[in-house]
Design a protein around this ligand. Structure first.
Ligand SMILES: [Zn+2]
Length: 347
């Protein structure tokens, strides 16, 4: 958890879950999910959370003449959550629907053809909505979970997409910005996450151990003449240092940004390509899809059901398989993160 001025950034959902247990001095009746459109993924470098929050506040206060930043909560592409306008205050999120609302702004532009939501942010959005639904005893329907697009900007009347509207939270937000898309593609994910929190999720049906299809991921070798190579939270030498790789380590490259290369399929983990050499030959990494019929798949520290649980993957998540051990599959190129192959299907 980090704080700057009024903003607190939670780096885990557990921190957020604890925070929302605090008493709130108003009745919460609905949750607004928005996208920021601007800033978008292009503006986020993995470490400028507070700069973005201050920028949004400045725009809302100075240009829009709001009393404070509009939203109560903000999510980022790396799956972190910030507290913005105090939870005790109504937001300035949707004309006509602010009383008793919690306004969440998701950094990104989720219109068709714009930003492709990261797995980390997707997971964060589903689970934070589930935590809020439980905390404030909200029904999982489109009266309690609302999109900006459903409200006429001029009158503040709900017209479900008719009238003068924004596309917010984006024409590609969890399958679309319509009431039907919310019901078909967003609320069921929240419902599954609530069930997982309640411990009532149905046990996933076992599926056959897969024979995954393969895609090529570029591969490289750390070449530092014996020194350690820093892993950073963003494509920037000044970004937080998350760890080190030994000379000779093998990495898989999932994204490039200038001289920087992202070595994790999901997390913001970057290394400088100045210290990478091409691998002797490109290899294929098997790819698979989490298939749990809506349940969550546990990530464990070792190839063992009793190993420490490190986190969860949502049904439908894409994983790359770096090692096999019995029915277990290692899904991280560097770290000991294992899932049961029983709940993986070929993509
Ligand atoms: Zn909006």
């Amino acid at each position: 958890m980090k704080t700057q001025g009024q903003f607190t950034l939670f780096e885990t959902l557990d921190e957020f879950a604890q925070f929302i247990q605090k008493p709130v001095q108003r009745q919460i009746k609905l949750i607004q999910n928005h996208h920021t459109a601007e800033p978008s993924y292009n503006d986020f470098n993995g470490q400028n959370h507070f700069q973005q929050l201050k920028g949004m506040k400045s725009f809302h206060v100075n240009e829009r003449k709001f009393s404070d930043i509009a939203q109560n909560l903000t999510t980022f592409p790396d799956g972190t959550i910030a507290i913005c306008r105090p939870m005790d205050q109504n937001p300035a999120g949707i004309k006509g629907a602010n009383t008793g609302a919690i306004c969440i702004e998701h950094v990104g532009n989720f219109d068709n053809g714009k930003d492709k939501m990261t797995a980390a942010q997707r997971e964060c959005i589903i689970r934070m909505n589930a935590l809020l639904a439980r905390r404030f005893k909200l029904k999982l329907d489109t009266n309690a979970f609302v999109y900006h697009h459903w409200y006429d900007l001029d009158s503040g009347t709900r017209k479900n997409g008719a009238g003068n509207t924004k596309t917010c939270p984006g024409t590609n937000f969890f399958g679309g910005n319509t009431v039907a898309a919310c019901q078909a593609s967003f609320l069921p994910l929240i419902q599954a996450a609530v069930a997982a929190l309640d411990g009532t999720a149905p046990a996933p049906a076992p599926v056959a151990v897969p024979t995954p299809g393969t895609v090529s991921i570029p591969i490289a070798v750390v070449a530092t003449q014996g020194a350690a190579l820093s892993i950073r939270r963003g494509p920037d030498a000044n970004a937080d240092k998350l760890g080190e790789l030994a000379d000779g380590s093998v990495v898989h490259i999932h994204e490039a940004n200038g001289i920087w290369r992202r070595i994790d399929p999901v997390a913001q983990k970057w290394v400088s390509s100045k210290y990478l050499a091409p691998a002797p030959q490109a290899v294929s990494i098997p790819i698979a899809v989490v298939s749990t019929q809506g349940g969550a798949l546990s990530i464990r520290r070792g190839p063992d059901a009793n190993a420490d649980k490190l986190g969860e993957l949502a049904d439908g998540s894409i994983v790359h398989i770096h090692e096999a051990n019995g029915i277990w599959r290692r899904i991280d190129p560097v770290e000991q993160k294992w899932v049961s192959g029983k709940f993986l299907a070929p993509r």
